[in-house]
Design a protein around this ligand. Structure first.
Ligand code: SAH
Length: 351
């Protein structure tokens, strides 16, 4: 059964036979978000029974601390009202539910919030609606104008990328065509206009180097930064990735907590790439937005009181629950777990 091609694989093969190899960006977008067969369109991938576990699904403290950070920025920016609270890719809605609960300590803020969720997946919209009263959007562009507080955790890693490979005479683009056995296979083809996004410092990379660019991520960041610049506000972007422009192939697929081949069963596996934070910072700064970090997630959470909050929760908990709290905190902050690979980029309009 599991060796049979997925419905999406059959569609992609037919498309490649007709029109030739597709870009990685097209493959990623279809594999994750095809309206019928896409990975996120069909399922809830989170948790032990799913394919991967995200920070808010490990501990309520994650969403609480992010919510309190936003509340603090709201104070610093002059307590404007009303407030558009926006989340990109809210998953099960857990992070936002935790953040909103924590924000109750600032009742004026809590009362001023209109919640807007950017979510493409109908099945995840359903999960979010069970927990949150909100308005849903396909992209940030339709969120009404106004002062904005925004969160995105593990959203940017799901946005499509292109991979360019440096040959001896110039660049080629990594594409997906059909192999000798008729299965999906990587090949090198002509470059799309996304080539223009290769950072200055990598244009003369050594032959064999792979450079990843994500026009979709740059566009999403530009939408956020413009909003903050025009209407005021602040944002936290959390994801795994790198701080400086760098070469390397970071594309990965995961199923049931195991790495699998990127071309394996499209639609059944999560596909992500590491986020180039340097490129996001450039886009934000070009709009006049102040950027802080990206900080390692562990350092950020420690600086904002994760240990104190864990101790408060543990004081009221059973011995077993105490051990769970400690284990979750360790996963979030330990350098060999999520503490260093994950980063927190903070953005703020100027007061
Ligand atoms: N933030 C959540 C979920 C992360 S998974 C958590 O931390 O648990 C990625 C989320 O982004 C999912 O909700 C997925 O459906 C959504 N998503 C991915 N690509 C998207 C896109 N192009 N537009 C809107 N939502 C998208």
């Amino acid at each position: 059964m599991s060796n049979r091609a997925t419905a999406l694989e059959r569609l992609l093969k037919a498309r490649i036979e007709k029109d030739g190899p597709i870009g990685l960006d097209v493959y990623m977008a279809e594999a994750l978000m095809h309206p019928e067969h896409g990975y996120y369109s069909r399922r809830d991938p989170f948790g032990l029974a799913g394919d991967f576990t995200t920070a808010p699904e490990m501990s309520q403290i994650f969403g609480e601390l992010l919510g309190l950070w936003l509340a603090d920025r709201w104070e610093a920016l002059g307590r404007p009202r009303p407030v558009c609270l926006v989340e990109l890719g809210p998953g099960r809605g857990t992070l936002m539910a935790d953040a909103l609960r924590a924000m109750k300590v600032v009742p004026d803020l809590r009362a001023a919030i209109d919640l807007h969720l950017i979510e493409a997946s109908p099945s995840l919209r359903g999960k979010q609606a069970a927990k949150l009263k909100a308005t849903w959007h396909e992209t940030i562009d339709t969120v009404p104008a106004g002062f904005t507080l925004l969160i995105a955790n593990e959203f940017f890693d799901a946005l499509p990328i292109h991979q360019f490979v440096r040959g001896t005479r110039g660049w080629g683009e990594r594409r997906i065509g059909l192999g000798d056995d008729g299965g999906l296979a990587f090949c090198i083809g002509a470059c799309s206009p996304a080539l223009a996004h290769i950072p200055e410092s990598l244009r003369e990379a050594a032959p064999g180097s792979v450079v990843e660019v994500s026009p979709a991520s740059l566009a999403a960041m530009e939408g956020i930064a413009r909003r903050l610049a025009h209407h005021g506000g602040a944002a936290l972007i959390v994801d795994y990735g790198y701080n400086e422009d760098a070469v390397g192939d970071s594309l990965q697929a995961v199923r049931r907590h195991q790495r699998v081949d990127v071309l394996h069963r499209p639609g059944d596996c999560d596909i992500t790439a590491h986020v180039n934070f340097a490129s996001l910072v450039r886009v934000a700064r070009a709009q006049g937005i102040e950027t802080m970090g990206p900080f390692p997630q562990g350092a950020f959470l420690e600086a904002h009181g994760i240990r104190l909050r864990a101790a408060m929760l543990a004081a009221k908990a059973s011995a077993r629950r105490r051990r769970d709290i400690e284990a979750a905190v360790r996963r979030l902050i330990a350098p060999d777990m999520m503490g260093e690979l994950f980063r927190v980029l903070a953005l703020s309009a100027r007061p």
